[in-house]
Each structure stands twice: as C-alpha cells, then as structure tokens.
Write a protein that binds this ligand. Sequence first.
Ligand code: AQP
Length: 341
Amino acid sequence: MTRVFSGIQPTGHLTLGNYLGAMRRWAEVDQHRADSLFCVVDLHALTVDHDPARVRRLSRQTATLLLASGLDPEVCTVFLQSHVDEHARLSYLLECVATDGEMRRMIQYKEKAAKERARGRSVRLSLLTYPVLMAADILAYGTEEVPVGEDQAQHVELARDVAVRFNQRYGHTFVVPRTTLPQVAARVMNLQDPRRKMGKSDDSGAGVVYLLDEPDVVRKKVLRAVTDSGREVVYDRAERPGIANLLDILAACTGGNPESLAAVYDSYGSLKKDTAEAVVEVLRPVQARHRELCADPVYVEEVLRDGAEKARASARPTVDAAYRAIGLLPPVTEPSLSAVR
Ligand code: AQP
C-alpha cells in the first residue's frame, strides 16, 4: 500500500487555502487509498516569533479541525510532531547532508525572513533549517507521496534531493518521495491581494477565509474580494488573478472546472455570490463536526496519544537505520565482545 505523509503548521487559524489545497484531499481520497499519516507540525510553529500559549491552543485546534475535516483515526494516523522524537533525531542527520546554499534558496525562507526583519525581529536559525526538519518528517516514514499545496512543492523537492544524496553516500536508507498536487486550487490566493497566497499568518484577515468563520463573515469576505478592472468573466491567472482565484475556489467547492465555469457567468457579482454560497456549504459540515469534537476533548487527546504511538513505531526502524548508515555506533545495551576482551 502506498505510504502518504503530510503535515500542517499551527501558526494561525486554518484557512480555506489549507482546506482546498490539502486537508480535503487527505480526508476524501488519501486516507482511503493509502497507508497515511497526518501530522500537526508544531515544531515548525517555533521558527518565527511565537507565543507558547497560542501555539498550544492552535495545536489543539488544528488537530481538532483535521478530525472535523473527515480524517478517521480508524483508517489513518493523526498525531503531533513533537510527540514523536524521531523527527528531531533524523533532522540533525539530514542537516549533515543538506547544504547552506540549498536552504538559502528556499522561497518561503526568503519571504518569511523578510517579514520578520520588516517587523524588526531577528530571524531564527530554525527558519533557515526548517525544510530539513520537513524532510525528516517525510523521510522518517518511508513516504512515497506527499499531498500538499503548490507552495510546499519546493520543500518536498528538497526532501527528494536529500534522500537521494543520503542513499548515494551511505547506502539505500530512504524511500524517495514525490509531491502530489490537487487538480484545482493548488494555490488559493488572498481575496484582497490575489497575487499573494492566502496564508494563515497573514497580518490582516480581510482577504483570508478561515475554516471557522461564520457564514455571514465568509459571504462578506468573498463579496468584497478584489477583482480586476475588466467586466468579462474569463479564466486568466496572469491577467485576471482576482477573477481566476474566485473561479478556482468555486470549481474546487463544486467539483467543476474553472474554465468552463467562466463561460457560465456574465457578471462579477453573480460569480461572487455563487462562490460565497459554495464556500459556506463546503465549510458547514466541517464547522458542525468541529463543534461536536470541541465538546469531547478527551476523544481528541486519545486520538493524538494513539497516533503518536503508531507513528513512533513506524518511524523508529528507518531513523535507527539512518544512524547506523551514517556511521554512528548503536547504543550498548549489554557488554560487547570488544569490551570484554
Ligand atoms: N493558499 C493555499 N492554497 C493551497 N494550499 C495551501 N496550503 C497552505 N496555504 C495554501 C497547503 O496547506 C498545507 C498546510 O500548510 P502549512 O501549515 O504547512 O503552511 P504553509 O504552506 O506555510 O501555509 P500557510 O497556511 O500560509 O501558513 P503560514 O502563513 O504560517 O506560512 C500545505 O500542504 C500547504 O501547501
């Protein structure tokens, strides 16, 4: 059975981008066809200025929303990254394989580092090395496929490069993973600035639909989406990014195709109205299930405890093999022959 792994950072409230680009596919497709693990990557949330209490709160909320979106702990593994030491253990070994130049080329590093500097904050070393930790997240599980949104494809490529290099230098240890992208909405854009990705740590929430936004808030945000100066509804991501974004969202929510949907509309107003209602309908069951799960926090904790146990058992043999392959002696559990002599 194919091994699938993917993760989500508790750096803010989850967005429609997270849902359409990643979570929905995990729940509707991946967990049923593959041996899959889904992880709240809480260590990654420490790479930028953070409030510990907020990270704890968001980690719980993110895990709850993963379950609310349909992940079923009977068929997949859901857990918190920091509960499984193998991620950090492997990350150091991979830092000895990846290069400084590779890290500095990462687009997310450049963007997030610039944002931190603009806020007058120093850039944490972990922001630079975070793609290596992500490679460890993936490689520890013998992952074959990593279902992500487009913005994460570069990091999965790095995981591939590091796996190939490690295998060539130290012998075959890691499966080489590949990215899988959704057919539509691989990059949902900010509704107020459609040239920017809709991100959960955006400063202003006006262009971001959060999964827990009330229906009227969703409607308001979509109806106020920035569109382009033209009047015709055409699907052109380069020239008409605002309208293309709405068509992508509508297509992802209704199972349609953005180009064919463009032909159905003759005004921006009706496109916005239908998109708003489609988003409200997609979020409705997730929000209802989230309310139920919030009333049963013990269940969520049990899922995370069992998930971490399963994940640990799955990762340990690969990470131990990597330790041996790279040249580290196994810990001595009983006197070895050489010690006796
Ligand atoms: N706008 C998006 N469109 C499509 N997919 C998206 N994803 C995120 N934003 C979009 C996908 O969601 C998964 C989890 O994302 P993440 O938590 O790893 O963080 P990220 O990619 O850095 O996205 P965010 O939400 O914008 O977080 P911040 O603002 O903290 O950087 C991934 O598969 C991602 O591709």
